[in-house]
Design a protein around this ligand. Structure first.
Ligand code: FES
Ligand code: FES
Length: 210
């Protein structure tokens, strides 16, 4: 079976897989990275949204051979150690997550939007196609605007995450030590293992939708 190598959240990984295995299953089943969620598998729900070379992409419809030698970032790679990305911090402050299932994709889509547009309009935000069955759209919008305002107002360093420039505030965006459920809902390996998600999806973050 061919072996494919790529950078995942800043570290080189090797995957033995058929060339047409989707990146989503390579991540979830072969690499144990379960932040990107499976909802539809046909590029509609956007629950799997992650970044490829700094641009948002949907790993459910991207073959693993197509990311060889490239840089993949999932929600697990967004925080800078214990320092949350401003979008993650805004998600916590606005208490966006409900069941949590769509939230990794929502956050990665929001980060991609803010890289394209520093001050997104309602129309820009509404153009995000990520589906939320819990209907968190209003709070998603509020959190994106809050993150945009903070990113504009605060000095930011630039952290290179899998080849993409991701601004990270230098202060005030540290990972809370309490409120573990809410924290987990927005922080990937830090851990989109959200308690609610894990409860809903099974201990291993089952690929099947609830
Ligand atoms: S699972 Fe990838 S878009 Fe739905
Ligand atoms: S929070 Fe979006 S599907 Fe539940």
């Amino acid at each position: 079976m061919p072996k494919y190598s790529f950078m995942l959240n800043g570290k080189k990984v090797d995957v033995d897989a058929p060339s047409d295995l989707s990146v989503l299953w390579a991540l979830r089943d072969k690499l144990g990275v379960t932040g990107p969620k499976y909802g539809c598998g046909i590029n509609v729900c956007k629950a799997c949204t992650s970044h490829l070379d700094g641009q948002e992409f949907n790993p459910c419809v991207t073959n693993v051979e197509d990311v060889a030698g490239r840089k993949v970032t999932t929600i697990e790679g967004l925080a800078d150690g214990d320092v949350l990305h401003p979008v993650q911090q805004a998600w916590l402050e606005q208490d966006v997550a409900q069941c949590g299932f769509c939230q990794p994709g929502q956050i990665m889509a929001a980060v991609a939007l803010l890289k394209r547009t520093k001050n997104p309009t309602d129309a820009d935000i509404d153009a995000i196609e990520n589906v939320c069955r819990c209907g968190t759209y209003f709070r998603v919008r509020t959190a994106i605007k809050s993150a945009a305002a903070k990113m504009a107002a605060s000095p930011a360093t630039t952290k290179v995450v899998s080849g993409s420039a991701v601004p990270v505030t230098t202060a005030g965006a540290s990972l809370p030590t309490t409120g573990a459920t809410a924290t987990a809902a927005v922080t990937g390996a830090v851990a989109l293992g959200a308690a609610a998600v894990v409860k809903a999806m099974g201990e291993q973050g089952s690929a099947e939708p609830a």
